[in-house]
Design a protein around this ligand. Structure first.
Ligand code: AHM
Ligand code: MG
Length: 341
């Protein structure tokens, strides 16, 4: 009751209002962005509904791929993939899409109009963890098309990350969050399930310049090159001024590991190794959107040698190593990897 009026009012910044107000500041805006982000937030709510039921599958009598009524039960990542596609295919704002779950690009059906934007998404990142009730996420990236009109092509998809016009991710966790940037900072919204609205909870997120947490699958240690091993040994060695040893945290679900890194600072690494020289993560679906977000929050993202956003992709499912987080941490990682330290 004693809460100041302004504090109460600020809680009513919904995702939709935030997007519309952001768009109004651009005189030539067409409303396409509002439409796009609205479609994505709707898809996120539909995916969340299924994710929260994941643990009930056996209890409700669903077996493997068939539920009690004989309907086929889709795997959650396939469900998420299709839900996002269907929420976005008819909006008139997109000319083409690409999803981590699909080998080739996703065309907009002929009977819908084709717009000026391109959507690239990882429908349910970290879905391998879902049986353990671990946080998973949807990651997305938006580009402006480069071809003039009609159906989008591979040329529209294979653009370097610095050309993104928006990116974001949704976290399916103890609460659901929607974070996005259109190049004016990073803003986070938490779903109020009682009213079904995303409300602004994290305005203009800034990542600390340096952190004290590292996040990497250290089980691969013996496959790393010596510079990577030396870097991790450095993070674990004692130095009070630099807050070392760093704490190790690894969920194994990129969206979740990234989110913690964004809020607390530090570094997330998925390096290349002897078995997989380009690491595991995909440039277009994971690294580019998160690199855009982290830079918008004052951080950095590198493949160990160069800025992620500068990489010109050659193929749809291209992988690249990822070092992402606080700007100073990423710089130090690059120095180790380049043998300069
Ligand atoms: P996915 O897109 O098939 O879910 O794979 C990506 C996931 C990331 O979420 C996570 O950071 C990484 O794979 C974990 O890999 P690993 O098990 O090798 O540590
Ligand atoms: Mg993924």
């Amino acid at each position: 009751m004693d809460q100041p009026r302004t504090a109460l009012v600020s809680k009513f910044m919904t995702l939709e209002r935030h997007i519309i107000e952001g768009e109004r500041s651009h005189p030539d805006a067409t409303g396409a962005f509002s439409g796009l982000l609205h479609g994505l937030s709707l898809a996120a709510k539909l995916v969340w509904r299924e994710v929260t039921k994941a643990g009930l599958v056996n209890i409700l009598g669903m077996t493997d791929h068939v539920n009690v009524s004989g309907d086929e039960v889709k795997k959650l990542d396939e469900f998420a993939d299709e839900t996002i596609y269907r929420a976005m295919d008819h909006t008139g704002h997109l000319c083409v899409m690409a999803s981590e779950e699909n080998e080739s690009l996703l065309n907009i059906p002929d009977h819908y109009s084709h717009g000026n934007y391109v959507l690239i998404y990882d429908p349910l990142d970290g879905s391998g963890n879902i049986d353990a009730n671990v946080t998973v996420g949807t990651i997305f990236s938006v580009f402006k098309r480069v071809t003039p009109s009609g159906k989008g092509t591979m040329e529209d998809i294979l653009q370097p990350g610095y050309k993104q016009v928006a990116a974001g991710y949704v976290l399916f966790s103890s609460s659901m969050m929607f974070l996005y940037s259109t190049g004016h900072g990073v803003h986070g919204f938490t779903l109020d399930p009682t009213v079904g609205e995303f409300l602004l909870s994290h305005e203009n997120i800034r990542i600390p310049k340096r952190g004290a947490i590292y996040s990497v699958n250290e089980g691969n240690f013996n496959r790393w090159d010596p510079n990577m091993r030396r870097y991790v040994e450095y993070l674990k060695s004692e130095c009070k001024e630099e807050k070392r040893p760093y704490a190790a945290r690894y969920i194994g679900s990129l969206a979740a590991d990234f989110h913690r890194t964004l809020l607390y600072g530090g570094i997330y690494c998925y390096p290349g190794d002897m078995k997989n020289p380009d690491g595991k993560l995909r440039l277009m679906y994971e690294n580019n959107p998160l690199a855009y977000i982290v830079e918008q929050a004052g951080g950095a993202a590198s493949d160990g040698k160069r800025r992620i956003l500068d990489i010109v992709p050659e193929k749809l499912h291209q992988r690249s190593p990822l070092f992402i987080g606080s700007s100073e941490d990423v710089k130090i990682a690059e120095e180790f990897l380049g043998g300069k330290r």
